[in-house]
Design a protein around this ligand. Structure first.
Ligand code: HEM
Length: 463
């Protein structure tokens, strides 16, 4: 039963709600269909749980920015909260614990950027491994999935654990396996059953494996503590432990939370970057004229320079536009991270009770007609004005906006810029002649991924 004056939506079934209206393979098309029938703000029932689905810039701005605090909670009592033992930050509800942990992460990430070895330095170091992998692939073709994943993983590992891991390192392999299995489950029918039918939660069903996986990953992280020296923080984990030793009784910090927290940051910061890069190089191979124009700008601006710095972006409007257009098409977090209302509130004339789950359909903004010069076309002109200057339309919000905006946005933007410019300066990326036409279809998940593909690389003649 919909609460009074709740957004409209399709009729519901007992227990299942609207589960039969939503495909677990790709609910994005279902949301688009429902939007046509019920408007930009509609509701669905995930089992017995009501959720409001938000579409279009106007409604999105209202929940993220104008009434950002009212909508800044996270749904609780779900599969993902239980698996992570409510120790992370991404799914932490709005309140003191979330605020203190978010502030600590923002400050520590910033300090690592200013420290002896700057964040840029760490990124450049890691790219050398990517460059080697690409050089070794000259003359053959390469599936870049693992290469980009490793690069993104090692950059965030440098920040969190103070070191990079060899590509075949056992610890990282185990953590990734545990997490990949859990991400699949969170997105699939077993999580829906767990969320919809609380009476089955303690039964020995396949979702129990996710709890075990999380424990394995936590244990590995806790071992890091054994090598720590007080007052000499090597990384994010050490900084947190130092904070903990100060024993400020008011703080919500704890060792258990640290382990969950670092896993949150690790996963938020790995697949997001690697899938954006994968999408980016796919589009650049599919649009060689855009790749060439980017390279011309890079050559001009970096002439006589050893390597690119993040500052150079201010002189590269075209490259900036290309990266933003890639992010618009990659739409890697298609439903962002679900929000929840922290009090009774209103949205576009509807009443939304406290604790309601809120789902954001990001494509409805990133491709909204009226917001973009070429909403459905891959075209960097979407981010350039008539003078060729870089401009960022309001509807560009792949990192979301408001109090819950992506905590790693600064790091992510730096990584994407430095990695893409370094690789485009050195290599030409070519779609293999025998691979048919590039396929831009995405595979739905918590994070959208392109279908696996292979690339051919050549050293650029002027390098
Ligand atoms: C292209 C790269 C990335 C994209 C597109 C992206 C996007 C997002 C989005 C859409 C959200 C949800 C915001 C909301 O709930 O309204 C989010 C949250 C978050 N992201 Fe990112 N992200 C990226 C990279 C990163 C990186 C590198 C890190 C690691 C440092 C990171 C850490 C986080 C964290 C911790 C949150 C939760 C924030 C909170 O709940 O307060 N992200 N991100």
């Amino acid at each position: 039963q919909r609460p009074k004056n709740f957004p409209p939506g399709p009729p519901t079934l007992p227990v299942l709600g609207n589960l039969l209206h939503l495909s677990t393979d790709d609910p994005l098309n279902d949301f688009e269909r429902l939007r046509k029938s019920y408007g930009n703000v509609f509701s669905v029932f995930i089992g017995p749980q009501p959720a409001v689905v938000i579409n279009g810039l106007k409604a999105m701005k209202e929940i993220l920015v104008i009434k950002g605090t009212d909508f800044a909670g996270r749904p609780q009592d779900m599969f993902i909260n239980h698996v992570t033992q409510e120790t992370g930050v991404v799914m932490e509800n709005y309140g003191t614990v979330w605020r203190e942990h978010r502030r600590f992460a923002l400050m520590t990430l910033r300090n690592f950027g200013l420290g002896k070895k700057s964040m840029e330095e760490r990124i450049h170091e890691e790219i050398q491994h990517t460059v080697k992998t690409l050089e070794n692939s000259i003359g053959t073709t390469l599936n870049p999935q693992i290469m980009f994943h490793n690069a993104a993983s090692n950059i965030i590992c440098q920040v969190l654990y103070g070191k990079r891991f060899e590509y075949n390192d056992e610890m990282i392999k185990v953590i990734i396996k545990c997490f990949t299995d859990n991400a699949k489950m969170t997105n699939g029918p077993w999580a829906m059953i767990y969320d919809s039918l609380p009476m089955v939660r303690n039964l020995p069903l396949p979702f129990r494996k996710a709890f075990k996986n999380y424990e394995i990953a936590l244990d590995i992280i806790k071992k890091h503590k054994e090598t720590k020296v007080t007052g000499e923080p090597r990384d994010f984990i050490d900084c947190y432990l130092d904070e903990l030793e100060k024993k400020n009784a008011d703080m919500s910090f704890s060792e258990d939370r640290l382990a969950g927290y670092s896993l949150d940051l690790y996963f938020a910061g790995t697949d997001s970057i690697s899938n954006t890069l994968l999408t980016g190089f796919l589009y650049l191979m599919g649009h060689p004229h855009i790749q060439e124009r980017s390279q011309q700008e890079i050559d001009l601006v970096l002439e006589g320079k050893d390597r690119v710095s993040f500052e150079d972006r201010n002189n590269m409007p075209y490259m900036q536009a290309v990266i933003h257009e890639i992010q618009r098409f990659a739409n890697i977090g298609p439903l962002s991270v679900f929000h929840a209302t922290i009090k009774d509130t209103e949205l576009m004339g509807y009443s939304i009770p406290k604790g309601t789950m809120v789902i954001q359909n990001m494509r409805s903004v990133l491709m909204e007609e009226g917001q973009w010069k070429f909403p459905h076309e891959f075209n960097p002109e979407n981010f350039l004005n008539e003078k060729g200057e870089f401009v960022k339309p309001e509807a560009f919000m792949p990192f979301s906006a408001g109090p819950r905006v992506c905590l790693g946005e600064g790091l992510a933007r730096m990584e994407l810029f430095i990695i893409m410019v370094t690789l485009l300066r050195k290599f030409k990326f070519i779609w293999p002649e025998d691979a048919g036409e590039p396929d831009f279809t995405q595979i739905f998940g918590l994070i959208l991924t392109p279908k696996p593909y292979r690339m051919k690389v050549q050293l650029r003649s002027n390098q």
